[in-house]
Design a binder for this molecule. Structure first.
Ligand code: PLP
Length: 389
């Protein structure tokens, strides 16, 4: 497993759970644990390549990126925006209004960030002062917890529930139990790295089950890939006035990860709290690219269709060989390898394929991002070689 803190904590929690069950107390609250997520070993996002050539030939199935990149219309819009490169103030295509209109909210509900990472960071900075903590599941997009640890805030985490899904009753119980300490609840929907969704009814259950003054950060980075009819975006809660922050990104469906653009949809009150922590770090190309990307509905459809169909194909072929995956609604899937994923990942890397890193509580699961058809074929060839051995 290679992660001493978790092993120790799990062992301890198991014992406590048994004890509380014996005492007739609810085991769920006992499963929540508070910890500092400082993980220097995982924080360093070390480059996998030294030379551009090496990078170009690498099959990159490790960061849940869109392998096709921005559409022609987006590239054209970004190219035109180069003429503003030397300016601080310049026309920006009305990007904030375009995003607002596209999502059925007002301009005052939208806050831009350099990637949704900046939004997640700013939520932490604005809501985690004075000993406040995050409540969320483990395993999820833990960058949120790691960032919190950098500002000396802790995360109260509950393990995933059945079928690797987020355990909503456990999140409710942990939030209510620690109400005075909770800065915000983090819900990644769909969840990275498991790829599972939380249904619209479960989001409602969570929001109804906790005090309505507790902010909830709902990270919808993979929203566009979801097909499950029980899922829905949580944007309408913002319009109801709940302190809910929806984080979205242009890095996935829109293929603009290196351009760095994301946004929050939230209440004007929450935006007022968050704004002092932003420095206007978004570049002109990203703004104009985003406007064109939202308009290019055909490109969106193309990427969504090919990605989902390649994911289904890969998952089906692997299942036929006896390897199951966690059902995913995203542009990646978690494959149960039945052996240490770290070693499997190294074997893929030797064959020129980068796959997801290790996610500690799931040591035998490999996260595979969906690449192009050729890249997925290379993955399957390598898989057969590695697993034949
Ligand atoms: C769940 C989730 N949230 C946020 C991000 C950050 O994306 P970005 O900063 O590129 O918008 C990622 C990136 O992979 C992610 O998986």
């Amino acid at each position: 497993m290679g992660h001493r803190r978790r092993i120790t904590r799990r062992g301890f929690v198991g014992g406590t759970t048994a004890l509380l069950a014996y005492a007739g107390l609810s085991p769920i609250s006992a499963r929540a644990s508070s910890a500092n997520w400082r993980r220097p070993d995982q924080l360093v996002s070390s480059p996998l390549w030294q030379e551009a050539d090496d990078y170009d030939s690498l099959v990159k199935l490790n960061y849940n990126e869109n392998p096709y990149g921005p559409s022609d219309a987006v590239l054209k819009a970004m190219t035109k925006a180069f003429k503003y490169s030397m300016r601080y103030g310049y026309p920006d295509g009305g990007v904030r209004s375009v995003i607002a209109e596209h999502h059925g909210v007002g301009d005052r509900n939208v806050l831009l960030g350099a990637g949704s990472s900046e939004i997640l960071e700013v939520v932490g900075l604005s809501l985690l002062g004075r000993g406040k903590k995050i409540v969320g599941v483990d395993t999820t997009f833990e960058a949120v917890y790691v960032h919190a640890s950098g500002i000396n805030a802790e995360a109260i985490t509950v393990p995933l529930g059945d079928n690797y899904r987020q355990d909503i009753p456990a999140l409710i119980e942990a939030t209510n139990k620690h109400h005075d300490e909770v800065g915000f609840v983090y819900l990644c929907n769909p969840n990275n790295p498991t790829g599972t969704t939380v249904s619209a009814a479960e989001v409602r259950q969570l929001l109804d089950g906790i005090p309505n003054d507790v902010p909830v950060l709902i990270d919808e980075a993979y929203h566009h890939f979801v097909e499950d009819p029980d899922y829905a975006t949580s944007i309408p809660y913002v319009l109801e006035g709940r302190p809910v922050i929806i984080a979205r990104t242009f890095s996935k469906l829109f293929g603009m990860a290196a351009m760095r653009l994301g946004f929050a949809i939230t209440t004007p009150e929450m935006i007022a709290r968050m704004t002092p922590y932003l420095t206007g770090s978004i570049n002109a190309l990203a703004k104009w690219g985003a406007v064109a990307a939202l308009e290019d509905v055909q490109a969106q459809q193309r990427v969504r269709d090919v990605t989902v169909s390649l994911r289904k194909k890969a998952v089906r072929e692997l299942a036929e060989m006896g390897y199951e995956s966690i059902p995913s609604e995203t542009n990646f899937f978690m494959l149960h390898t039945g052996r240490p994923a770290r070693r499997v990942g190294a074997a893929f890397r030797q064959r020129g394929i980068a796959v997801g890193r290790l996610f500690p509580p799931l040591p035998n699961h490999l996260r595979v991002s969906i690449g192009t058809e050729d890249e997925m074929a290379a993955f399957m060839t390598a898989f057969k070689e590695i697993f034949a051995a």
